[in-house]
Design a protein around this ligand. Sequence first.
Ligand SMILES: Nc1ncnc2c1ncn2[C@@H]1O[C@H](COP(=O)(O)OP(=O)(O)OP(=O)(O)O)[C@@H](O)[C@H]1O
Ligand SMILES: [Mg+2]
Length: 251
Amino acid sequence: MQAGGFSISGLHKSYGSNEVLKGIDLSVAPGEVVCLIGPSGSGKSTLLRCVNLLETPNQGTVTVSGFDATDPEVDLNAMRRHVGMVFQQFNLFPHLSVLQNCTVAQTKVLGRPQAGAAAVARENLARVGLEGFEERYPDQLSGGQQQRVAIARALSMDPQLMLFDEPTSALDPETVGEVLSVMRRLAAAGMTMLVVTHEMGFARDVADRVVFMDGGVVVEEGPAEQIIGSPAQPRTQDFLRRVLNPTEVDL
Ligand SMILES: Nc1ncnc2c1ncn2[C@@H]1O[C@H](COP(=O)(O)OP(=O)(O)OP(=O)(O)O)[C@@H](O)[C@H]1O
Ligand SMILES: [Mg+2]
């Protein structure tokens, strides 16, 4: 496989007797942007964590940027360096400045000299629209700004693939757009991306493909327009109806 993409086949993952992933096949080609949607508990985060082996699958193969991640001999640290991850909670170090948040892994994991790491960090902070924020601390930033720092931090490791797990779900509504804009720009620049999101407008505009998961299986996948606009499966139809028209329910 070319650098950048990944391929999962026959992936099973259980926690105790709870089988969370029940045989997933999913490939993302280099430069492709795929949005993963599905109800809470369907296994989306678990699937993402299996891609860079933060979780060990019980069965199946995972190939990332040419590394067979499920080969017991594989250099997992080398493989993970190719994969950037952005979570719902930004997980910035509160005691480090914005710049330091973006350099610490570069110096510790990649062994880059401080000056080089700082130059890379500044470049990526500019890329996410945060030039001039280098000396601030996370608690001096809005949620959207913190998430953009988290994206710059991931980009500073020169990933070939970016995984996003609901990157805008914890944000105030008015800061969602700035994070989506950054992601949209990344996609346009050719980054390979797998994005778990409930932002259907973003998925429709940006994703090359949308994958709908439910109950640990891929129920349906296809071009964004088709899956969001006219899904074939009743489970997908039902999910989209609820996401697109949230209504209050009796508790
Ligand atoms: N570390 C864990 N130990 C035990 N069970 C887990 C663990 N992580 C996830 N699970 C279980 O696996 C199932 C799938 O969880 P997962 O977080 O992958 O779903 P999700 O689709 O990401 O949901 P959400 O939309 O709420 O984030 C859930 O039943 C969850 O309780
Ligand atoms: Mg999740």
